[in-house]
Design a protein. Structure first.
Length: 491
């Protein structure tokens, strides 16, 4: 989405039949006939966002979602009130560096599960989601997508929109450093202290001051090519966007025995064990730890394969913070089935509603033992169970190893690691620029937007900020000189 906004601009069209119910459209005050109307990216996003409410804490995300999916939270499926056109004069030079192909983490997910968001909410401008998934989508009332469909849609989207030249696939970023020009025009690495004042650095003066501004980002890494060899790269960018998501590092319990070979932290390990026959109906129970959607997916996977389950979670079953209470049952019947299992099957109960499932609310794992046993602890007791495998599914954390201090200094609390829920990156709510680092932006789960539906708001905020700065400065970094130079690098 950010790639598209850096290449084109969106136009509001309030003559749509439903646009009068969308406050932001009235504020835009545009008409289809007005060819010189301002682009949304150049509007005052704070002003347009006033009075809007939505399921994201970022106002720009709520604004863009309101324009793209009017009244979606009320069950309506109105078309977007925005139209799009390509404007080459507003192009910002940029590269998108990704560890895989377009589609990112969707490629690694189990292909038959259903997404939380409706498929239509995953749609990007210019390519109809249902056109690319013809014959696959479910009823309009429950049109949730599979990861396989979404990854295929995004991969094809890049091709259909002609965006390939700005994507660098299989690229692994190993270092993002901010460089500063000193008085002698020698570039020094910030926070490293070692000068990089080679002849090449000094020669940067020949390109003029506008081509190498006072602070610039150096992005290093390597690209994995077909023969599995690594080709190193180095590029310079005036701006960097962190869009790495949050699934790099699984959260851990930090208990004794968590590194034993029967303890896993990914639902894919359960699927692999079942498909290989390592776990069967006659096996000891599978222990699943967690009360989120990943844990629920694992429970459904095991239950549908007649695998016995021990389900451990810290919260009470009536805790209002449980994610299941936030999901409409008509759209998410499978998750509400899991919630009913959690409520009706405490281990001490003699119910036979779900004979292969036992829940342990307000419990936690005290330890794992080498003899395939786990020790569970509640407020007043310990219990020991023999298990076949354990799945610890209590969330994930981003891995910003390539940033200074692993990016910790960017968080709301700079003394704690970056966490998408507890300690997201601190950003300006309308530009998505990091408050503690100029010309560094972040979007998505890194800033607390965990629903794909709202990620596009980050793209709007960033492109709006860059567009306005571009107009003030006249231009961004041009190509040429010692390394590849771009106006924006998205990692």
């Amino acid at each position: 989405m950010l790639r598209l906004l850096l290449r084109s601009q969106q136009w509001a069209t309030p003559d749509c039949a439903h646009s009068s119910s969308v406050p932001a459209v009235g504020l835009l005050g545009l008409s289809r006939a007005s060819s010189d109307a301002p682009r949304t990216a150049e509007e005052d996003l704070e002003y347009l966002s006033e009075g809007l409410e939505g399921r994201s804490s970022n106002p720009a995300a709520v604004l863009f979602d309101t324009l793209l999916h009017p009244n979606a939270d009320f069950g309506y499926e109105f078309p977007s009130v925005l139209t799009w056109r390509l404007e080459h004069q507003h192009h910002i030079p940029h590269l998108v560096l990704g560890k895989a192909t377009p589609g990112g983490a969707w490629h690694a997910m189990e292909g038959s599960m259903l997404t939380i968001s409706l498929g239509i909410w995953m749609e990007l401008p210019g390519v109809n989601y249902r056109d690319l998934t013809a014959g696959k989508h479910r009823s309009a009332a429950n049109d949730r997508a599979t990861p396989e469909e979404i990854s295929s849609y995004y991969k094809n989207y890049v091709k259909l929109m002609g965006l390939q030249k700005n994507f660098v696939d299989n690229a692994y970023v190993t270092s993002v450093l901010k460089l500063h020009r000193e008085q002698g025009d020698v570039i020094e690495m910030v926070d490293r202290g070692d000068a990089a004042g080679s002849e090449q650095d000094v020669e940067e003066r020949d390109n003029g001051p506008a081509s190498f501004p006072q602070g610039i980002w150096e992005v290093r890494g390597y690209q994995r090519v077909e023969d599995d060899s690594h080709v190193p790269f180095c590029l310079f960018a005036e701006n960097v966007v962190l869009a790495t998501g949050a699934s790099d590092s699984p959260a851990r319990l930090a208990v004794e025995g968590e590194d034993l070979p029967f303890v896993f932290h990914s639902i894919s390990d359960l699927g692999a064990a079942i498909s290989k026959g390592n776990i069967t109906q006659s096996s000891d129970p599978v222990l699943i730890v967690g009360a989120g959607l990943s844990a629920a997916d694992a429970i459904l996977c095991a239950y549908n394969n007649n695998i016995s389950i021990l389900h451990v979670f810290r919260k009470r079953v009536d805790d209002p913070g449980l994610i299941f209470k936030q999901l409409p049952e008509t759209l998410y019947p499978e998750y509400h089935k899991v919630y009913r299992m959690m409520c009706s099957q405490p281990h001490a109960a003699a119910s036979s509603l779900f004979p292969d499932y036992s829940s342990f609310p307000e419990h936690h794992v005290a330890s794992f033992q080498p003899d395939m046993k786990c020790v569970l602890q509640s407020a007043n007791s310990f219990q020991v169970f023999k298990i076949s495998m354990a799945l610890v599914l209590i969330g994930t954390h981003p891995n910003l190893f390539f940033m200074k201090d692993q990016g910790q200094y960017l968080g709301l609390d700079p003394n704690k690691p970056i966490s998408c829920k507890q300690n997201p990156i601190d950003i300006h709510p309308y530009t998505f620029e990091c408050t503690r680092e100029s010309n560094l932006f972040a979007m998505g789960p890194l800033v607390g937007d965990n629903f794909v539906r709202f990620l596009k708001g980050g793209a709007l905020g960033i492109s709006s900020c860059l567009t306005k700065r571009l107009k003030k400065k006249g231009k961004l970094i041009t190509d040429g000189g010692g390394g590849v130079r771009v106006g924006l690098a998205c990692v």
